[in-house]
Design a protein around this ligand. Structure first.
Ligand code: PPS
Length: 365
């Protein structure tokens, strides 16, 4: 009888544990499903995996994705292209860094960039790249790879390895502003892919030159004055075109070099001044050019009074908005009006040529 009772108890326990196992399995599968679709925030999965899966699973969720992806952008470290590129390059392959935490990302494949921001130095290239990275279908290298100017001998495979992994429908991008003025860059980009889309952020060459000078001065406070460097001969007022701060601003000359390899239709000229006054408007043009849905809009920006520049708005559910670093948008030294006037006269014919070549009047005169 006792034995019968015992077996009865075992039978009851067996049925009970089967039900428990069944529900536990359902719970585990539900949890895994949620993790795979990106809702599982407690699990330390790679940030880009969230992004990739979500954009693949919910391609029409543009608005929601922009905010969600924006929180990733906020966590990216501030990058001053000129300062951290070498350090970033040395980080291990297959790892990307957010707030100094390395996360492995083995989803997707590394592709050559379909679009490159090729210039111009101090034009607003970092702002453009960071704004583009808000888009769920854009994956970009944070640091400047400098492949087509400095590291070409490392080979195309090295270059591709610098790229982040992408899934179907995502665009790979990079920015290296010195490509625009590098003589060999057009033929090199062409031999990688003749279909590469080329973005040039241009800015009034006079302010660009002053911005360039400001950057050099910040690294070398004993630098001669702007007016000492800009003139070949201060009495005649002859401009020194061998000074890179001046030479870079002769946009028409550099563009000519690129047009030997690429048709004008493959370029987009972003107005660096408008990128500050109307970032959403310029971003609309850029997204259209790249064949992307207009996800990055007015909603993503606010004007930061202290910085004096547009910044990325606080993404939903996160703590902080995000502006570019201190080296972007810094005050310029005061340059005598006469010096700026002479420089403006120097650039005028080149600007006119540039407007004619691009079919765009940037209104720098
Ligand atoms: N949103 C926002 N925030 C801060 N700065 C902005 C922004 N949009 C454009 N800019 C302008 O970008 C200028 C720096 O240009 P780049 O990023 O191309 O510089 S670099 O070539 O990568 O060093 C930088 O030049 P300076 O003002 O001389 O510092 C800015 O004027």
């Amino acid at each position: 009888m006792g034995c019968w009772t015992t077996s009865c108890d075992f039978g009851h326990l067996k049925a009970h544990s089967k039900v428990s196992v069944f529900f536990t399995m359902i719970l585990i599968f539900t949890y895994l499903f949620y993790c795979l679709t990106g809702y599982c925030d407690s699990m330390p999965s790679p940030l880009y995996v969230h992004q990739s899966f979500r954009s693949k699973l919910f391609p029409k969720e543009g608005k929601k994705l922009a905010h969600w992806n924006g929180s990733i952008v906020r966590e990216l470290p501030e990058l001053d292209a000129t300062d951290v590129e070498d350090e970033k390059r040395q980080r291990g392959l297959g790892y990307e860094t957010y707030n100094n935490i390395s996360v492995s990302n083995n989803f997707g494949t590394k592709e050559f960039p379909q679009a490159i921001i090729i210039g111009v130095k101090k034009g607003g290239t970092r702002a453009l790249l960071e704004f583009l990275r808000v888009h769920p279908d854009v994956r970009a290298v944070g640091a400047e790879p400098h492949f087509f100017d400095r590291f070409y001998e490392k080979g195309l495979q090295w270059y591709r390895n610098q790229m982040p992994r992408t899934l179907d429908g995502q665009i790979t991008m990079e920015k290296t502003p010195s490509y625009f003025i590098t003589r060999e860059a057009p033929s090199r980009v062409f031999s990688m892919s003749r279909g590469t889309k080329l973005i040039v952020v241009v800015r009034d060459p006079v302010t660009r030159a002053v911005s360039d000078y400001t950057q050099t001065l910040s690294k070398n406070p004993s630098l001669p004055s702007f007016q000492n460097l800009v003139f070949k001969n201060s009495t005649t007022g002859l401009i020194d075109t061998s000074w890179s701060a001046v030479r870079i601003g002769i946009y028409a000359k550099h563009l000519e070099n690129w047009l030997r390899y690429f048709p004008l239709a493959q370029f987009l000229f972003v107005n660096g001044e408008k990128l500050v006054t109307d970032p959403a408007g310029e971003m609309g043009r850029v997204q259209d050019f790249l064949g992307l849905k207009r996800v990055v809009t007015n909603k993503h920006f606010y004007f930061n009074q202290t910085k004096g520049f547009p910044c990325l708005k606080k993404p939903e559910g996160s703590s902080r908005p995000r502006c570019l670093g201190k080296s972007k948008g810094r005050p310029h030294p005061r340059i005598p009006a006469e010096v700026l006037h002479r420089l403006r006269d120097f650039y005028r014919p080149f600007n006119m040529k540039f407007y004619q070549m691009t079919g765009q009047d940037f209104g720098w005169d």
